[in-house]
Design a protein around this ligand. Structure first.
Ligand code: TXA
Ligand code: MG
Length: 373
């Protein structure tokens, strides 16, 4: 409820949901229908939902997040038919992609139906639509009975939330309800596929890869190409202006300045060891987010020294299993903030499969600060 003085102080309720049949999901659906704000789990990240056909409710999302008005939102629905009804044209490419990847971590950008409020699309003539796979998300959208506009449920610029506690960290007092459905399985935002252009183009890499999309649809453009993105001196960050408006903002960023480390585990272990060998007191509290491989090379003694000196070390899994790193990444970035790290060093992963999306987010989290080792 808005206080009489206009202060944005809400009483945020946190509800643990163990099954989609929980009656509080129904209640949260009512909150959405009545113009309220409900954060909910999806298989990618937590979303901050409002009735996507209610301009005032959608305006509440921008206010709660501190989100720039030129950054459009994704509409979440529970069926292909409901998605189709939000578009002006639905072609065979959309049909194929929907049949193959929905429900799931794919967002499609399509020509928008006239009834969609322009606050959702930020004035564009296209709309982003997704059918999430998470059963709690589906139950909530079903209960709301309307398309649910939902960006990631973080304050603008912060890492997306992959746990209900992350939502609470950013949104307490700003929204009505948080549905806690446990950690998100994927941990990175959905792949965004622009189908309003020919050939279609990936605007944001995610768990559905460019390779999978090309196999299904033929030529698909993308900023991130598995052949060109990756560790090593040849890997340049893309200079092309982003077509998803949100991709131009600094994103996914922890509070402490971060540096991405690209190179072989031996080189990264050596760099970490050099930092740790700094004279006592000269290295500010530092967080190291390293692969299993690098961790083993660094050795127990080095990590014990690091811990003793008050630094913070986390293992994010094997370099050839980027899905594990994806699921842990945002929690790890927020953990660095909670630990009070003054600087963060993060090792990249292999640029294969989901690794493309992980590296895309890492590049944004570090704001371009990369050491090629
Ligand atoms: O996995 C996800 O996609 C999560 C969950 C909650 O579904 N949502 C999410 O929303 O990541 P958000 O708002 O954080 O990111 C949506 C991105 C933004 O970069 C935005 O600019 C882009 O989608 N977008 C939205 N509508 C668009 C449109 N019509 N054309 C191009 N890009 C669009
Ligand atoms: Mg976001």
């Amino acid at each position: 409820m808005l206080a009489a003085d206009g202060a944005r102080q809400k009483k945020t309720r946190l509800w643990r949901i163990l099954a989609p049949e929980d009656p509080r999901v129904e209640e949260a659906g009512r909150v959405l229908r009545d113009g309220g704000l409900v954060a909910f789990p999806t298989e990618t990240v937590y979303g901050l939902g409002a009735n996507g056909l209610d301009e005032k409710a959608v305006a509440g999302i921008y206010a709660a997040k501190g989100r720039p008005a030129d950054n459009p939102l994704i509409l979440h629905v529970i069926s292909l038919a409901a998605a189709k009804a939000l578009t002006r044209h639905w072609d065979s490419r959309a049909q194929k992609a929907a049949e193959k990847f929905w429900p799931g971590p794919l967002t499609m950008v399509l020509p928008a139906a006239p009834r969609i409020p322009s606050i959702v699309t930020a004035g564009l003539d296209t709309v982003a639509i997704r059918v999430p796979a998470d059963p709690v998300a589906q139950a909530l959208i079903g209960a709301a009975g309307v398309p649910v506009a939902a960006p990631s449920a973080n304050l603008s610029g912060r890492p997306s939330p992959t746990r209900a506690l992350h939502v609470l960290e950013d949104m307490d007092g700003r929204i009505d309800v948080i549905l806690d459905g446990g950690p998100c399985a994927v941990g990175l935002e959905s792949t965004i596929l622009d189908l309003s252009v020919t050939p279609p183009a990936v605007l944001r890499p995610g768990a559905v890869t460019l390779r999978e999309l090309r196999r299904l649809l033929g030529p698909v453009g993308g900023e991130a190409d598995e052949a060109t993105v990756g560790p090593g001196p040849g890997a340049a960050s893309s200079a092309a202006p982003p077509k998803a408006p949100g991709m131009k903002y600094r994103h996914y960023a922890p509070l402490a300045p971060a540096t991405l480390l690209l190179g072989e585990p031996a080189a990264i272990a050596a760099a970490a060891a050099r930092l740790l060998a700094s004279p006592p007191g000269s290295l500010p509290k530092t967080a190291f987010l390293l692969s299993q491989e690098t961790w083993l090379l660094l050795g127990d003694a080095a990590s014990a020294t690091a811990k003793k000196a008050g630094h913070y070390c986390l293992r994010l899994g094997r370099r050839d299993r980027p899905a594990e790193m994806a699921a842990l990444l945002y929690e790890a970035l927020r953990a660095c903030d909670r630990a009070g790290a003054a600087q963060i060093f993060i090792e990249g992963c292999n640029p294969r499969g989901r690794g493309v999306a992980v590296l895309n987010r890492l590049r944004k989290a570090v704001g371009g600060k990369i050491w090629h080792l």
